[in-house]
Design a protein around this ligand. Structure first.
Ligand code: ZN
Length: 179
């Protein structure tokens, strides 16, 4: 192989690896958000988890705590934004991505918009949350984006089968607290 051909091959390999890594990273962070949701169920909370990243590094990860904290707004996404704000020491989350085990509700979507985040990746859908018994407002993130003119990117459902696991654990729990 001459020099030009080997350089071309090297570029192709690197491009493939970068693409693969990017995909793998999104899925890895999404799985972490789902694991937070599973933890939430074990903690007696609602089955939702979220992660904030910046430059492909985890800034914060946590789950829902509505029941434990008697706070109806303590959704996973709100909790993780509060945690990430303390770590980043700013209210402006540009360059950050939010990964959620489930499509954010309109309240959380609005908070993510206010945070000026770049993108949302979610696993399960609002319909999955509704099927588990939650009183979801049936407004998808895409509808919120279109109606409100939000600029962030939305990717989901992704890994939806994994994303449904926290709901299955929650539904099977006889002591669950729905709201
Ligand atoms: Zn929410």
């Amino acid at each position: 192989m001459d020099g030009q051909a080997s350089t071309f091959l090297l570029i192709k390999i690197v491009a493939f690896m970068v693409g693969y890594d990017a995909m793998d990273t999104h899925e890895t962070f999404l799985k972490l958000a789902i694991e937070e949701a599973n933890k939430s169920v074990r903690d007696g909370q609602a089955p939702f988890g979220a992660v904030v990243t910046k430059n492909n590094k985890i800034v914060a990860a946590t789950h829902n705590s509505v029941v434990r904290t008697c706070d109806p707004t303590a959704h996973a996404e709100i909790n993780v934004l509060r945690k990430a704000g303390k770590v980043l020491n700013t209210h402006n989350f540009s360059g950050c991505i939010l990964y959620s085990s489930c499509e954010p509700c309109p309240m959380c979507f609005s908070a993510i918009h206010w945070a000026q985040m770049d993108a949302i990746y979610y696993a399960a859908s609002i319909e999955d949350a509704k099927l588990a018994g939650f009183r979801e407002l049936e407004i998808s993130n895409l509808t919120m984006k279109e109606l409100g003119g939000a600029t962030l990117e939305i990717y989901g459902p992704m890994l939806q089968e994994f994303g449904r696991v926290p709901f299955e654990l929650f539904v099977a729990n006889p002591d669950k607290c729905l709201y």
